[in-house]
Design a protein around this ligand. Structure first.
Ligand code: TYD
Length: 203
């Protein structure tokens, strides 16, 4: 059987990622492809426990970064790699680019330490495609405030999210072949239409 694909979805909180990942999921399933939908932090029973800690407890930046990678190591070994090897397409709501954006960009954690953890736990493994939902942090904050109770990350300042957004855009500039940037300032239906068009043929 042919190898599957690993696609990740990124963006600051409030970019409309969840809605649009659902649209992409349906579009790929309609092609008769097996899709495994997952998320970070999370994606395995143990990683979901780590997720709960990350979203509710305050902790040292190094503890936070290590927990994201601990959760990720489980996720890669138990879910992502076996699924891709079986021929499925894995869709993950966030992955390592989020650590560069939130912990390095947002919190100022050293990039060199994240690079070391990435090399150690992933050994060159990573996404085939990363879709970045890009949005002005002020617009995103208004959307998030309306929609839900805020978790530990969503309570961060506008400055924090501006740094996170810029770090994502910088990751995209450094990896132009892997990244697809989606302008999420447009209305929902326009974005969904564009994604249906792209993912009805993307390979
Ligand atoms: P997410 O599941 O997108 O939140 P929600 O369920 O509220 O949509 O992600 C949880 C939070 O974790 C999000 O604010 C971003 C943060 N995060 C990091 O800071 N670093 C990481 O490596 C990952 C994967 C997520």
């Amino acid at each position: 059987m042919a190898k599957g694909r690993f696609i990740t979805f990124e963006g600051i909180d409030g970019a409309g990622k969840s809605t649009q990942v659902e649209v992409i999921h349906q579009t790929i399933v309609a092609r008769g492809i097996e899709v495994v939908r997952t998320r970070e932090p999370g994606g395995t029973p143990l990683s979901e426990k780590i997720r709960k800690l990350l979203l509710t407890q305050s902790m040292e930046p190094s503890t936070e970064t290590l927990l994201f990678f601990a959760s990720r190591a489980e996720h890669i070994a138990k879910v992502i790699k076996p699924s891709v090897e079986r021929g499925a397409w894995v869709l993950s709501d966030r992955f390592t680019d989020a650590t560069y954006a939130y912990q390095v960009g947002g919190r100022g954690f050293p990039a060199s330490k994240v690079e070391a953890l990435e090399a150690w736990t992933q050994e060159g493994f990573g996404p085939d495609l990363t879709v970045l939902f890009d949005i002005d942090p002020e617009v995103a904050a208004r959307r998030v405030a309306k929609a839900r109770n805020l978790d530990r990350f969503e309570k961060e300042s506008l400055d924090f999210f501006t740094r996170v957004r810029n770090a994502y855009l910088e990751r995209a500039r450094q990896n132009p072949d892997r990244f697809l940037i989606i302008d999420s300032m447009r209305d929902k239906e326009t974005v969904s239409d564009e994604l249906r068009r792209i993912f009805s043929t993307w390979d």
